[in-house]
Design a protein around this ligand. Structure first.
Ligand code: N0T
Length: 529
């Protein structure tokens, strides 16, 4: 779970943990709405914001560029001291092409559409009325790359302060409705030899367990051949092929941009398989999902990061495939579930965006979490870089054993334990029942949306632990026969890296050191003899 070297974006020599929000897709096209959303990020205590750049708005006519909207976003972020991530919604956005300019969509001869083919492995093409361009079209790549290059060149010119720290290349790529594109260029690519770079990657990573490695081994680890010869002809082979197509497309854009703009380029994933979307094509086929991260790594070395967009319940499963030696975890988007922040940050995430930040309550759980976490940014980053941080997220009834700083912590959900203790006495304790909680509850209702026991544990050295979270009971243990007990516990907060003491916690407050009904930070000193 912990990483020794999480590759944080470095801004002005300082490795950063970027915590903030992503604007709704259309907000950045209206500067007043964008201003309000950026202000909301500040109110929430975030230090970073992520906003759309739309191809059809910046290049309404071929070769004619208008970056005034981009300049406005950079200005808003700079004024507020927020790190800005720009999202390039080019030819591909959520497995569709609605952000391609009209001059692209209108010319299906020059820019061919993706085709499902009669025998598409996951069924007929299911998105009538939605434009989906073929990622194998050289003309599309050229046009998209030219626009992306113009954008990143412009940023390099105007952003002397380095406000723009990351650029996302396309958005949730992949093909929906079929596991493989059957447009003419796609069929030609499918019949061509598998690129050596991919075969070399597979041969160099005999321990890899991704879809490509698995299928390649099933075919007898061929040294060359067509896609069907190397990976077979099932939906998995189609997905590997599409992943190569989308990843090399994104690589071409990022590599061209990296020549003149030195920021972290990354790609985000619509996750799959997930409940109800079991097969490639039911979730976008070829996007950077966990099973084909290997293919993306082989095809797109310029992309510093690949990240999961977390709209599924299982945050632990969602991030697991992205915590790798060759990838630092970034959560480009998450639904409004604050437990996801703690799990991601404790797992080494270098960034996290709640999606639709425009709508978040300025006084909700995310505000509490972000204020506590961004205040402690340097402490957290240092801990992430040296493997001294652990995540905790407990469903009702769960407990965890956390090894940290030479101690073994038993961590339990306080609501679980207290409701058991007080049940007989008829005392009501808020429980963690979560069934009816929905994504946007925090946006709409005063109650905290995420009532799970959650947090991060950070080893501060010398038998001292910092815990940021809620609803946790913590019991330390050491070697057999050793005296290990809580010596002192102080609630408080970091403000710009400086710890400010609050209550000294003893007596009743020692039971659940992290309160049930709100997020808090507590420094716990342990006595060991
Ligand atoms: C995300 C967001 C935005 C049956 C959704 C999530 C964002 C895009 N897509 O609000 O559109 O631009 O990246 C797709 C999640 C699909 C889950 C389907 C469950």
């Amino acid at each position: 779970m912990n990483r020794k070297d999480s590759r944080h974006p470095v801004v002005g020599g300082r490795p950063r943990l970027l915590l903030g929000g992503q604007l709704h897709n259309s907000t950045s096209s209206d500067i007043e709405l964008a201003r309000a959303a950026f202000d909301r990020v500040v109110e929430l205590g975030g230090n970073a914001v992520t906003a759309t750049v739309s191809w059809h708005l910046v290049e309404p006519r071929e070769g004619t560029f208008d970056f005034t909207g981009v300049d406005a976003l950079i200005g808003l972020a700079c004024e507020r001291g927020l790190a800005l991530t720009l999202l390039w919604f080019g030819a591909f956005k959520n497995a569709a092409s609605t952000y391609a300019p009209r001059w692209v969509r209108a010319d299906a001869g020059r820019f061919p559409r993706a085709q499902a083919g009669a025998d598409g492995a996951t069924g007929a093409f299911t998105r009538p009325g939605t434009p989906v361009l073929s990622v194998f079209s050289p003309a599309l790549l050229e046009a998209d790359r030219r626009a992306f290059t113009a954008l990143t060149r412009h940023i390099a010119e105007v952003d002397a302060d380095g406000t723009v720290v990351m650029v996302q290349v396309e958005n949730e790529t992949g093909l929906l409705g079929a596991s493989r594109d059957r447009a003419a260029d796609a069929e030609a690519a499918w019949a061509a030899p598998v690129p050596t770079a991919l075969l070399d990657w597979l041969a160099a990573h005999p321990e890899a367990t991704g879809t490509a490695s698995r299928l390649w081994r099933e075919q007898g680890s061929p040294a060359s051949g067509t896609w069907a010869q190397v990976f077979g002809d099932g939906p998995g082979a189609d997905e590997v092929f599409m992943a190569w197509g989308f990843a090399s497309y994104c690589e071409a854009l990022a590599a061209a941009a990296a020549e003149h703009l030195d920021v972290a380029y990354y790609a985000n994933a619509w996750l799959g398989p997930q409940p109800g979307q079991e097969l490639p094509g039911q979730y976008p086929s070829g996007g950077p999902v966990a099973g084909v991260v290997d293919v993306w790594k082989a095809a797109a070395p310029t992309l510093a990061l690949l990240g999961p967009d977390i709209y599924v319940d299982d945050v632990k499963g969602a991030v697991a495939g992205y915590v790798r030696e060759d990838n630092a975890l970034l959560v480009p988007e998450s639904r409004v579930a604050v437990g996801n922040v703690f799990w991601a940050v404790g797992s080494g995430a270098v960034g996290f965006n709640v999606f639709g930040v425009d709508d978040l309550r300025p006084d909700g759980q995310f505000a509490a979490a972000y204020h506590l976490l961004t205040g402690a940014e340097d402490v957290i980053v240092a801990a992430q870089r040296t493997g001294r941080i652990r995540p905790v997220l407990l469903e009702s009834g769960e407990s965890a054993v956390v090894e940290l700083g030479g101690l073994t912590w038993t961590v339990r959900g306080a609501a679980d334990v207290l409701s058991r203790i007080f049940l007989d006495a008829g005392v009501q304790v808020r429980t963690q029942a979560r069934g009816e909680q929905e994504n946007l509850e925090e946006a709409l209702m005063p109650a905290p949306a995420d009532t799970r026991a959650m947090g991060v544990l950070i080893d501060l050295g010398e038998d001292e632990v910092l815990v940021i979270g809620q609803g946790l009971m913590l019991e330390p243990a050491g070697a057999p026969g050793e005296i290990v007990e809580i010596d002192d516990a102080v609630e408080g907060r970091y403000e710009a890296g400086e710890w400010l003491n609050g209550r000294n916690l003893n007596g009743d407050e020692r039971l659940n050191l992290l309160p049930l009904d709100r997020l808090a930070a507590v420094r716990i000193k342990v006595l060991r003899r």
